[in-house]
Design a protein around this ligand. Structure first.
Ligand SMILES: [Zn+2]
Length: 568
């Protein structure tokens, strides 16, 4: 079975409404289902699922596609992984995935297998005589054996040949190098993790995909992580996510800390709704993942300059996904673990409850005079830099304008700046120009008879709106609307979604639109004939050769004039 047939088989066995309902509560409205979009923040549902067409579309943020695209987005995985997930849901044998397409995912499976085997080995070393120092270290941090299991903690001794074990089990040299755990030097595999406590890093399903290692005693670096590999992308993973997910749902909030040791300490202290980014800057992608399970975010970074700066940077990623986070302020020089040891968990709980939004922290700094009004506004602008949702910008700026007694419009204008306004205006007028073409094509496609009547006469070039032209081009090639819905995104997807979801507009407007289209087609044909005549003339053709074209041109021109109106 080819990959396309395989995909079709999976899709035919799934109902998109069932699948989406597992993530998003849906309500039937007419022929479709609606719910609050899981991909952007909204209060009224614009996320629509069509059981007839087996596609989804959000009229708010413009995402859409078929069931596999949905799984891809909601699970934050690549196409091949979403397909596997869909196959599982549909009860289709995964081993039937045609090879060739499957090789990338086979490699990933082998790498995950290597990590699972190594994690088990490390865990048993921790319990063995080799692991005595590591056990002492964990005990010193208050991490009891109960937590070893939860976090799959382990110990990597030096002088144990793990590479040989893996090669014996049939993994290739290439697999070992790609795992990121080993380097190959002078014919030998050397493990990067030696004499370290091992903290396995898991993906959002709990599978081990990388390792972190804390050195025992003195040694550099103190913390060592796996490099990025085909299964480990730092900006994507949240440490502790699969363990925290339930608690986040139950407690209605998430606590974000800086590193994996912080996560473990927080779970031990009873805050099991805690996750961390991994050593790198917190990304918008990670913020988006968190926003899917809660809008209530507490950033708990170290109480030093670096920690405070990083907390503001992380806030920026949250504003970008429409979430206003709160920043918990630890005393100077303390990390979460220090704080619990000195003040206890209850006190930490209180500190978290009292956290302020980054905007309030800035306003506070302005009030006590350590920052000028202008600097406060500038820092607020920085926080909103990556935010695309104008509603989020407006709500934050209107709050700030009140507090700082600066007129809202002034604040807003200086945020968007002159340059952006110019770009926006140009964009708006271009949108206006193409607006009627979009309306027309949507109406045309909704009515099979109209589409049949026109499809022989139109071509992509006659449309000045590039997205309309693109969609028309694909349809004329014979691609179906439904297939387009799962292939496109952005403005192009919007056009297709409007055809598939919206009811027909009023017919009076349709008359006007069709009239405009007729004129456009006629003008375009005129242009075409004119170009042909000019071309023949430039090649020195005789009058007899192009005379028929000229009379065709004249006839067309009369036709166009009878259609009335100005130039299209
Ligand atoms: Zn949306």
């Amino acid at each position: 079975m080819g990959i396309d047939a395989y995909i079709d088989e999976i899709k035919s066995r799934l109902d998109i409404v069932d699948v989406v309902s597992q993530y998003v509560p849906l309500k039937q409205v007419g022929r479709n289902y609606r719910g609050l979009c899981p991909f952007h923040v909204e209060r009224t549902p614009s996320f629509t699922v069509s059981p007839e067409k087996q596609i989804f579309y959000c009229f708010g943020c413009g995402v859409g596609g078929d069931v596999i695209k949905f799984l891809q987005l909601i699970e934050g995985v690549e196409f091949s992984e979403a397909l596997e997930k869909a196959a599982e849901m549909a009860g289709v044998d995964i081993s039937k995935v045609p090879s060739g397409e499957g090789t990338g995912s086979d490699k990933k499976k082998r790498l995950k297998k290597i990590h699972a085997i190594l994690a088990k080995a490390f865990a048993s070393f921790l319990k063995s005589s080799l692991g005595e120092e590591a056990r002492k270290y964990l005990k010193g941090r208050g991490i009891s054996p109960l937590w070893w299991e939860t976090f799959k903690l382990g110990f990597a001794p030096s002088g144990v040949d793990l590479a040989a074990m893996l090669l014996n089990r049939g993994f290739s040299r290439d697999d070992l190098v790609s795992s990121g755990v080993f380097t190959y030097k002078n014919g030998n595999f050397v493990s990067k993790f030696k004499n370290r406590v091992i903290i396995p890093i898991t993906d959002h399903n709990g599978d081990v995909i990388a390792f972190g290692g804390r050195v025992i005693g003195e040694g550099e670096p103190k913390y060592l992580n796996s490099p990025e590999t085909p299964i480990f992308r730092k900006g994507k993973v949240l440490f502790g996510y699969h363990l925290a997910r339930e608690a986040v749902r139950k407690n209605g909030r998430v606590i974000l800390v800086e590193g994996y040791m912080d996560v473990i300490s927080m779970h031990v202290a009873g805050f099991s709704e805690t996750v961390a980014s991994l050593g790198t800057a917190f990304t918008v992608e990670q913020a988006k993942r968190i926003s899917l399970i809660t809008q209530n975010v507490y950033i708990l970074y170290d109480g030093d300059d670096a920690g405070r700066k990083a907390a503001f940077r992380a806030s920026r990623a949250f504003y970008a996904v429409g979430v206003e986070p709160k920043i918990v302020q630890l005393p100077q020089g303390m990390d979460p673990d220090d704080f619990v040891k000195v003040h206890g968990t209850e006190e930490l709980g209180r500190l978290i409850e009292e956290a302020s939004t980054p905007v309030d922290l800035l306003l506070e700094a302005g009030k006590v005079g350590s920052m000028s009004k202008r600097d406060v506004a500038k820092r607020v602008f920085e926080l909103l830099e990556d935010t695309k949702d104008p509603l989020v910008v407006d709500s934050v700026l209107s709050y700030v304008s009140e507090r700082l007694s600066i007129p809202f419009e002034d604040l807003r204008n200086s945020f968007f700046g002159k340059k952006r306004n110019v770009v926006k205006k140009a964009q708006e007028s271009a949108d206006q120009k193409g607006a009627w073409e979009r309306k027309l094509i949507v109406e045309l496609l909704k009515r099979q008879d109209l589409w049949d009547r026109y499809k022989g006469r139109i071509s992509p070039e006659i449309f000045s709106d590039g997205d309309v032209a693109f969609v028309v081009g694909r349809l004329l090639e014979g691609v179906s609307l439904q297939d387009l819905a799962s292939q496109l995104d952005g403005e192009r997807l919007k056009i297709v979604a409007e055809v598939l979801f919206e009811e027909s507009g009023d017919s009076e407007e349709l008359e006007t639109l069709l009239h405009r289209l007729d004129r456009k087609i006629a003008y375009w044909e005129l242009e075409r004939i004119k170009r042909k005549v000019l071309e023949l003339q430039s090649r020195g053709a005789s009058k007899e050769e192009y005379a028929p074209l000229v009379s065709e041109y004249m006839a067309k021109l009369r036709e166009v004039k009878s259609l009335g109106g100005g130039a299209a």
